[in-house]
Write a protein that binds this ligand. Structure first.
Ligand SMILES: [Zn+2]
Length: 310
């Protein structure tokens, strides 16, 4: 299984267009040691023909055009993108679906509640149903291993499987109150365990809480791409003077007692790699104490273009 990190930043990317925090302004001025990052996007493949996207980033068009792996055929229409698996209905996770609207048949997997948000609450996603055949919206069950089939032209059987597990959290603010009361809370945000033969990837760009099911799945994985959004719980409030605490917006902070690094410090089989890193996070400064603390705790910090062969 090949895994590619096409984007590694949280919403807004790094630097963020309207942000003057020390990270963003330092990167613009060339005084911060670090690299630009687009908004989080991961793609994986277990054969030479097809790719699955994990979520659909607002930067998806640029990210796929920048890679030779996603080029269209020389004649007619088509794409190596066989399917998309969504971990939430967050704008960061679903906005890129609109970049895939050019009458392309797609297969999109998401929890039943996330599918309802996209199909019943946001009519703009109906543009995806204009393809022939129309987009397949496939319910992703919790705690059940399912085969990952695509609608790729070659009809390749990928032998990839996917298992979703809840990580707590809430639905995005934009969901209408009338729909929200009908949704299942444990379907708001999920982590994915994607397996191919005896290898597995754990994917959780948002971790509101490390639920009981997550830890063994992280421990048994080869690579775990984990929520690296915020270093501290009050980061937004300290850095930009306003905003909510990390835990209030569905992200366990990395540092401190009970933080992600603390909870996973004894997991050493899996490569633990931070992704979905917010532009305010000090780990983005490669000379910072936070960056060194994360690496000393055994964590890697993902970057655009990082790849894994599992
Ligand atoms: Zn910033």
């Amino acid at each position: 299984m090949r895994v590619k990190v096409l984007g590694s930043a949280a919403g807004g990317g790094f630097p963020q267009w309207n942000c003057g925090c020390s990270n963003c302004s330092g990167l613009r001025a060339g005084t911060l040691r670090g690299s630009q990052r687009t908004q989080t996007q991961v793609a994986l493949s277990a054969d030479p023909y097809s790719w699955f996207l994990l979520n659909a980033s607002p930067d998806l068009r640029h990210q796929t055009l920048s890679s030779r792996d996603f080029v269209a055929p020389n004649t007619g229409r088509g794409t190596p993108i066989a399917g998309i698996v969504l971990t939430s209905a967050d704008v960061d996770s679903v906005m890129g679906l609109l970049h895939l609207r050019e009458f392309q048949p797609l297969r999109i997997l998401a929890t039943p509640s996330v599918l309802r948000i996209l199909k019943e609450d946001n009519s703009i996603f109906r543009v995806l149903d204009r393809s022939i055949p129309p987009t397949e919206w496939v319910p992703l069950p919790l705690y059940k291993t399912i085969p990952m089939r695509g609608c790729d032209a070659q009809g390749v059987q990928t032998n990839l499987t996917c298992r979703a597990m809840t990580v707590g959290g809430d639905f995005p603010d934009y969901v209408t109150p009338s729909l929200r009361k009908d949704l299942s809370q444990n379907e708001a945000v999920v982590a994915l365990e994607i397996s191919h033969r005896d290898k597995s990837l754990f994917y959780a760009p948002s971790i509101p809480e490390l639920t009981i099911a997550c830890k063994p799945s992280i421990e048994s994985s080869n690579v775990a791409l984990l929520d690296g959004t915020f270093w501290t719980d009050c980061e937004l409030i300290h850095v930009i003077g306003s905003g909510k605490r990390a835990r209030e917006i569905g992200h366990l902070p990395l540092s401190g007692e009970g933080g992600l690094l603390d909870q996973l410090r004894n997991v050493d089989r899996a490569r633990r790699v931070l992704i979905h890193i917010n532009n305010t996070n000090p780990v983005l400064d490669e000379e910072s104490l936070a960056n060194r603390s994360a690496r000393d705790a055994g964590f890697e910090i993902s970057y655009d273009g990082m790849e894994f062969e599992l």
